[in-house]
Design a protein around this ligand. Sequence first.
Ligand code: HEC
Ligand code: HEC
Length: 289
Amino acid sequence: MAKKEVDAISGVETTGHEWDGLKELNNPLPRWWILTFYATCIWAVVYWVLMPSWPLISDYTRGIRDHSQREIVMDEVAALQSARADQGEAIVNADLETIKSSPDMLQFAMASGRAAFGDNCAGCHGTGATGFTGFPNLNDDEWIWGGSLEEISHTIHFGIRAAHDETRVGDMLAFGRDEILDREQVRNVASYVVSLSGGEGVEGADIEEGKVIFEDNCASCHGEDAKGTKELGAPNLTDNIWLYGGDVQTVIETVHNGRAGMMPAWDGRLDEATIKSLAVFVHSLGGGQ
Ligand code: HEC
Ligand code: HEC
């Protein structure tokens, strides 16, 4: 073995490795480092024994503690689901008024109603339930089909003009397209309707004639006072809240072609607890009656 060479400047032994005249000093590792290193080795062995660690061909060493993060999560999920099922069952068995007046049930119904609204309804009614043209705002005090808990629940269950035997029906005729009224009459009655809420653009139309046409053709559904009929889904035409729009041109279009907004039925697609929660949630949005 070659004799160890000692570096003249530092007085430290070299390893014998040399690159272009640079020699490597053979300094030992610090003691604390060595001890920490041994400690981690021992800890690793202890860990292998206690905890899942080494992969095997189709399994892994489970360790004597048999710890499994996955099982812990599964247990927690199962516990949560059974707690929810209990609450969901309470919701199913209670009537809507009771849910509304019991703080615990109300809190649960509001939370699950809000979540279900985001998943199923926001696409048409908007995330804040403020609606779009043709899709009603559910926050206001104006209800086409009724704003009581029962009425809202009925609407959600069976939908509007939907594929369900009990769906809400009520169809506005296409007065122009089906030649029940001529163009002039459509314009006059539309102008009369717009004038009821003080809308603009009605100059030049015969409002008086429009009123007579309204009484003959429209009052049967929208009412003599044009305040609407909930059973038929015929909206109030006097409150300046419009599903399709209250300018003369849009009202002419509505009267010419009729409208038939469609809202799907949720009975069978959502469970009963969710539908009830939705009814409570929608009712609470600010305009429940
Ligand atoms: C495909 C679009 C669509 C979806 C999805 C939808 N709706 Fe509707 N909804 C409508 C339309 C359109 C109307 C108005 C129908 C009409 O002309 O009377 C309506 C009306 C309503 C009404 C009656 C409002 C009133 O003034 O009487 C309620 C309540 C309602 N929706 C709640 C919901 C809830 C809750 C959900 C989710 C479970 C939902 N809607 C999902 C389209 C939709
Ligand atoms: C057979 C019942 C029926 C008759 C008759 C009827 N309507 Fe309607 N009307 C409805 C229904 C139902 C709606 C709601 C349509 C929808 O939601 O898609 C409606 C909607 C409207 C709207 C839309 C309101 C809005 O908020 O945008 C206007 C305007 C209107 N009707 C005017 C008239 C006029 C004018 C007449 C007479 C020429 C008339 N209706 C006759 C049932 C009727």
